[in-house]
Design a protein around this ligand. Structure first.
Ligand code: HEC
Ligand code: HEC
Ligand code: HEC
Ligand code: HEC
Ligand code: HEC
Length: 181
């Protein structure tokens, strides 16, 4: 009897273990080292190299809140539809990737983009403070306008943040409560 219970407990533990692992992978919560170079394949093959590079669309056209808030925000589909209401083809052929976008938009389904850069919840970070002090997006995100798939450029470790705050020209605070609650 006790053997059965122990067996059941072990079985359940394994089950939850596997579930937790799969959940973590699906939600991009697994931290291997500090994740620099992390480059998840997105549900729609949207390319920054094409849009921000070749077409030259300004970063803030889509990431509208980067100057005013903590989060830079990923654009809702109606921003994409400003152009894709008309643009449906690439090289004279219907693009299946644009078709996915239009279908999601028409059915009111948000696209579940994978988060690339992610700090732990106990860290305070704010885009607007940095933008106001003249740090451009590429300082921290690298040459996004050359990336077909966005990848995490920097480690986003505490050492990386503090190192920049310490530079005399930045004159940024380094006491613990700057970045921790
Ligand atoms: C036409 C709209 C558009 C423009 C313009 C644009 N982006 Fe994006 N950006 C997106 C979308 C959609 C995503 C989410 C999908 C992805 O990661 O590719 C994204 C994701 C990102 C991410 C990753 C977010 C995360 O989860 O960590 C970064 C960083 C980023 N963009 C920076 C930039 C920079 C820098 C520029 C300008 C050089 C720029 N973007 C221009 C639409 C845009
Ligand atoms: C000082 C470094 C730094 C600069 C400058 C910076 N970012 Fe970020 N960005 C980050 C960090 C760190 C995160 C992760 C934030 C988190 O998880 O709370 C992030 C996250 C993002 C995200 C994902 C959504 C979010 O806010 O969590 C997008 C999109 C993004 N940045 C776009 C931009 C764009 C566009 C610019 C320029 C206008 C920019 N960033 C400038 C460091 C920076
Ligand atoms: C300012 C106009 C504009 C905006 C805004 C815009 N796009 Fe595009 N997009 C284009 C153009 C133009 C093309 C076709 C380029 C070509 O012919 O090579 C394109 C092509 C594409 C493709 C096709 C890639 C392929 O090879 O099949 C996808 C997917 C796409 N865009 C997704 C998006 C998403 C997602 C957004 C919103 C985050 C967005 N676009 C916002 C203009 C725009
Ligand atoms: C490229 C340099 C650079 C990097 C990298 C950087 N910061 Fe900053 N940070 C600054 C500057 C400059 C300021 C503005 C200081 C000011 O004007 O008060 C600032 C301000 C801040 C503030 C606001 C401080 C206040 O005055 O209340 C916080 C919070 C912050 N940074 C957190 C972070 C975190 C967390 C990271 C890493 C994920 C980070 N920073 C990475 C340069 C940087
Ligand atoms: C400029 C921003 C910044 C400052 C200042 C800062 N931290 Fe951090 N801290 C971070 C970031 C970002 C992380 C998450 C990444 C990492 O673990 O390296 C972190 C992580 C940590 C962790 C690890 C928590 C964990 O999950 O393992 C501890 C502990 C910590 N900080 C303590 C401190 C103490 C103590 C100070 C003051 C001496 C301090 N921090 C100052 C940005 C900062």
């Amino acid at each position: 009897m006790t053997k059965k219970i122990i067996g059941a407990v072990i079985g359940l533990a394994i089950l939850f273990g596997v579930y937790g692992f799969v959940y973590a992978i699906n939600h991009n919560k697994i931290a291997i080292g500090y994740n620099a170079g992390y480059e998840p394949v997105q549900p729609i093959q949207y390319s920054h190299k094409l849009h921000a590079g070749k077409l030259g669309i300004d970063c803030k056209y889509c990431h509208t809140t980067s100057e005013v808030s903590r989060h830079a925000s990923v654009p809702p589909l109606n921003v994409c539809m400003n152009c894709h209401i008309l643009v449906r083809q690439v090289n004279g052929k219907d693009s299946p990737e644009i078709a996915k976008l239009v279908e999601a938009y028409e059915n009111n389904k948000p696209v579940e983009w994978y988060k690339v850069n992610l700090l732990p919840d106990h860290v305070k970070f704010n885009h607007s403070m940095h933008i106001k002090r003249g740090k451009d997006c590429q300082t921290c995100h690298g040459p996004v306008q050359e990336m077909d798939i966005v990848k995490q450029q920097e480690s986003l470790s505490m050492g990386w943040c503090v190192n920049c705050h310490r530079q005399p020209e930045n004159n940024a605070p380094t006491n613990c409560t700057t970045c921790h609650y």
